[in-house]
Design a protein around this ligand. Structure first.
Ligand code: P6P
Length: 349
């Protein structure tokens, strides 16, 4: 093997984040500590998800674990388990590492109400996260993921919900961890997008996708065609154009996994567009603003793509409640531009 066959200057996510931090000499390292606890949560969930299938298998091997036998019952536990891991990792991070306290508000898809960290442990970051997005797909082995976004609190006063009810453009970081054939963590702290792959033998996330840039235009559209009956005009027109282009170009391919992290990861790397539009049944679409739409839109813009709600730039949206939903069109810059033009045309009629 030539020397370069074995990369020796392994860039781990910890080193990478420390390098980032060194650009802000005044920073006290809070952010680095916060990220390191999110990374810890991802490692734990990765290990638990990989065992989920085996846990079911073991359950079937005669153990009378009544939960394992109810279809999907095991998976619900995984949702709750993942949520508990992230909440504990995030809250405890203030105590376990130094007296620097990091978060004051946590919003999780699993918890109806926001979690306000007790004042003695309080920090200046708010973390919004979906601990296990797409978890209904675990049974069939489809990739699922954790999605997160980080805000700083507006001021040092008593934290309140409006510390997290901020437009996505105010996020200081966002990312996702995909639990698939490999465990991949994709993150941006505002200076571009980088992807890290977990090396289980080292227990470290290694930089494998430096400075990800999404292709300006793609050949894939990603939407649940089963909702076509309920789509509005511009969405229907756009999808029709993908399938029957009028300009003699080839039709786009349809790729829809039904697990947002997997669909977005493919879109980020291969290009194209991911759509979860509004429809007559769900006028605000299905995906949640704070911990699905905003983090993925933040990453797309950082990678040179864009994200649109059907009415405005997704990151400009001001959420009014923590579990609010929004339609979303995100991906390659030129592809989303076409949707923007179709909605603008409808506006002007
Ligand atoms: P549908 C999974 O349940 C999820 O929240 C996202 O991960 C995914 O993009 C979407 O819902 C799929 O929704 O309606 O197409 O099954």
């Amino acid at each position: 093997h030539s020397a370069d066959a074995f990369r020796t200057d392994l860039m781990t996510i910890t080193r990478f984040v420390l390098n980032e931090q060194s650009k802000y000499p005044e920073s006290r390292g809070d952010f680095t500590i916060l990220l390191s606890h999110i990374v810890l949560g991802c490692k734990f969930v990765c290990s638990a998800v990989n065992k989920a299938g085996l846990a079911k298998l073991i359950g079937l091997a005669g153990e009378t674990n009544v939960q394992a036998s109810c279809q999907g019952e095991e998976q619900k536990k995984l949702d709750v388990l993942s949520n508990e891991v992230f909440v504990k990792a995030l809250v405890s991070s203030g105590r376990t590492v130094t007296q620097i306290f990091l978060q004051c508000i946590l919003v999780s898809e699993e918890d109806e109400e926001a979690t306000f960290v007790e004042s003695s442990l309080r920090g200046r970051y708010c973390v919004v996260f979906d601990p296990l997005d797409g978890s209904s797909n675990i049974d069939c082995g489809v990739s699922i993921g954790t999605i997160f976004g980080i805000y700083t609190v507006k001021d040092d006063g008593e934290p309140a919900l409006d510390d997290v009810l901020q437009p996505g453009k105010n996020m200081v970081a966002a990312g996702y961890c995909m639990y698939g054939s490999s465990c991949t963590l994709v993150i941006s702290t505002g200076g571009g997008v980088n992807g890290f792959t977990l090396d289980p033998s080292l227990g470290e996330f290694i930089l494998t996708h430096p400075d990800i840039k999404i292709p300006k235009k793609g050949k894939i559209y990603s939407v649940n065609e089963g909702n076509a009956k309920n789509w509005d005009g511009p969405t229907a027109k756009y999808v029709e154009k993908c399938k029957f282009p009028k300009d003699g170009s080839s039709p786009k391919s349809l790729r829809y996994i039904g697990s947002m992290v997997a669909d977005v990861h493919r879109t980020l790397l291969y290009g194209g567009i991911f759509l979860y539009p509004a429809d007559k049944k769900s006028p605000n679409g299905k995906l949640r603003v704070l911990y699905e739409v905003f983090p993925m839109s933040f990453l797309m813009e950082q990678a040179g793509g864009q994200a649109f709600t059907g009415k405005q730039r997704a990151l400009d949206l001001l959420p009014t409640n923590i579990h609010e939903r929004s339609p979303i069109f995100l991906g390659s810059y030129d592809d989303v531009e076409e949707i923007i033009a179709l909605y603008a045309a409808e506006e002007s009629t």
